[in-house]
Ligand binder design. Structure first.
Ligand SMILES: Nc1ncnc2c1ncn2[C@@H]1O[C@H](COP(=O)(O)OP(=O)(O)OP(=O)(O)O)[C@@H](O)[C@H]1O
Length: 546
């Protein structure tokens, strides 16, 4: 691999931990330097005199616990926020960006977690938006497609420029966002948790693209919670803690354990949570569950499954193979085309969400913004959502505000949610802390059934360990858990049985004690013909997919 002009890959090892120093590369000018960046929000010092220096052609990871200040720092760099103090230096020149447009003009590009694309336009139209190529006053589609294809080919960003964005998968949408930045000749590309929504295969592909971009002299900064990624792809990593940059390390001279200690101040190793007791009676049963998508396509095809008390059943699958629809149909958010759902003995096939909750459902949805939380409401209200009709917070049909606040306070402390207080609006919370609000709320009421969909997405490693422990305790207390996760290690660490979904069907059932990631990967890719029978923890034989 080429050594970038910044020469960091060849820089001598420094003392541990390496404190970040401006002009770290001696007389060479850094591509990007942040000096003393400070940003205060009401009650929070989000960035506290942060110094970071990034060399040209470097892949720089930005890590830190939820609420450590990563997104704030990148928003300042991209001109979305103004710092209270500090300076941005680009190629040896001091810059001030009062808007993203100015940042883009200076050669910065940002890929957000929530893509900013027009669904009804084509890939090429999205890429060239506001930079249209025209011919005799009309949009020159052919030239636009040609230019987009040219950049895409150069970096291996496989896209069809003529495809409508609403019809392309998530991994491709991200490539479109990267193309948008490259089309504007971004020299520094910032990506906010770029693999959070990608399948492992798509993530691999993204890494290849990022490496090609870096080898071409582009500079990459990416926020992530995944240590594996940092170790695999980054040249250097900066760790934020409580708004301060506590270390900036050369990746090949450090370890995942070292980085974790800088982030959390302790050792964290995600481990398995084996069962101690056999599973009990069925709590969730689905028989012949089918559903169609908005375009009439079959998204769930005759799914049968059972989750028993004291059992975690994991659902593995490449995103888009019916997992989300399965959760939505069970939760009552999507109408089933057919089939029967029973929760804790009550048939709820045609019931609404409230009736299903009453029957015993708790639900951590994948979409924490749209479905999971109300951004303009405070933490107290958000931590009580769905529990306002019955349960411990209601007396004679009236919500007990005092108890709600008390409960919110307790959950904020227990789940270590970084928020000023129960009366604070949740819309300003960091992504991971918003996720913790949903997880805390849904786990607090000990419903018989918990559907947990991507429960640790965007959550830092310390909090992942905590959430895993909570889910395991929930199970050990007799709860039934349906765990849908894109993280195979999460499923393998927590579940007793694993069902693999492919094209809307359950194509395999595996015993988690003996299943491997590669075996799961095979079924997830549509290979293999399923497993006819596995022995469940309570000793019964369960027959499943063919
Ligand atoms: N617009 C805002 N108004 C008030 N507080 C904010 C705002 N944006 C961020 N904060 C606060 O600043 C702190 C840092 O948040 P930030 O989003 O930068 O964290 P993060 O490291 O990106 O976290 P995560 O890993 O959870 O995404 C948090 O306490 C957050 O609540």
């Amino acid at each position: 691999m080429d050594e970038g002009p910044g020469g960091l890959r060849g820089s001598p090892p420094g003392p541990f931990p390496v404190r970040i120093a401006a002009h770290e590369e001696g007389d060479r000018v850094a591509e990007l330097e942040l000096r003393g960046i400070t940003k205060r929000f009401p009650g929070v010092l989000a960035n506290d005199q942060i110094d970071i220096s990034v060399a040209k052609g470097e892949i720089h990871a930005l890590m830190g616990e939820n609420g450590a200040g990563k997104s704030t720092l990148m928003s300042i760099l991209y001109g979305l926020y103004q710092p209270d103090a500090g300076e941005i230096w680009l190629r040896g020149e001091r810059r001030r960006f009062s808007s993203p447009i100015e940042a883009i003009d200076a050669g910065l590009g940002m890929v957000f977690q929530a893509f900013k694309l027009f669904p009804s336009l084509t890939v090429a139209e999205n890429v060239i938006y506001r930079e249209e190529v025209t011919r005799r006053g009309l949009l020159d589609h052919r030239e636009a497609n040609r230019r987009v294809t040219e950049i895409a080919d150069r970096y291996g960003l496989a896209v069809d420029p003529t495809a409508r964005v609403e019809r392309v998968p998530v991994g491709v949408l991200q490539r479109v966002e990267i193309l948008k930045a490259l089309y504007r000749d971004a020299q520094v590309l910032i990506l906010d948790e770029p693999t959070a929504v990608l399948t492992p295969q798509e993530a691999e592909r993204l890494f290849t693209i990022l490496r090609a971009l870096a080898d071409d002299g582009r500079t990459i900064i990416f926020i992530t919670h995944k240590l594996k990624e940092v170790m695999a792809i980054s040249d250097r990593v900066t760790i934020l803690r409580d708004g301060r940059a506590v270390a900036s390390l050369t990746t090949r001279e450090t370890t995942a354990a070292e980085i974790t200690r800088h982030m959390t101040g302790r050792d964290v190793e995600l481990r398995a949570w084996p069962v101690t007791r056999p599973a009990g009676a069925p709590v969730l049963t689905c028989e012949g569950l089918s559903a169609t998508g908005d375009d009439g396509r079959v998204v769930l095809d005759s799914v049968d499954l059972t989750v028993r008390a004291g059992e975690i059943v994991g659902i593995a699958g490449v995103a888009g193979n019916g997992q989300t629809e399965l959760a939505e149909v069970i939760a009552g958010l999507r109408t089933a085309a057919g089939g029967v759902v029973t929760i804790a003995g009550t048939e709820v096939s045609r019931a609404g969400v409230a009736a299903r909750r009453k029957a015993g459902l708790a639900y951590i949805p994948e979409d924490r913004h749209g479905v999971g939380t109300a951004p303009t409401a405070d933490a107290t209200d958000n931590l009580s959502l769905g529990h306002h009709r019955s349960g411990p917070l209601v007396r004679r049909g009236v919500l007990q505000r005092g108890q709600m606040v008390e409960r919110a306070r307790e959950l904020i402390a227990r789940f270590q949610i970084k928020i000023a207080g129960p009366g604070t609006m949740v819309g300003t919370l960091s992504g991971g802390n918003l996720q913790k609000i949903v997880v805390a709320r849904e786990m607090a009421y000990h419903a018989p059934l918990l559907i947990a969909e991507q429960p640790t997405r965007g959550v830092d490693i310390g909090a992942i360990e905590f959430v895993h422990q909570q889910i395991a305790q929930y199970r050990d207390g007799g709860g039934a858990v349906l765990l849908i996760s894109a993280e195979l290690s999460e499923i393998l660490n927590l579940a007793q049985r694993i069902l693999v979904m492919f094209e809307g069907r359950v194509v395999a059932e595996l015993d988690a004690a003996t299943a491997t990631e590669s075996e799961l990967g095979l079924f997830m890719a549509g290979g293999g013909t399923g497993i006819s029978a596995v022995t469940t923890v309570d000793g019964t034989e369960s027959e499943h997919a063919r």
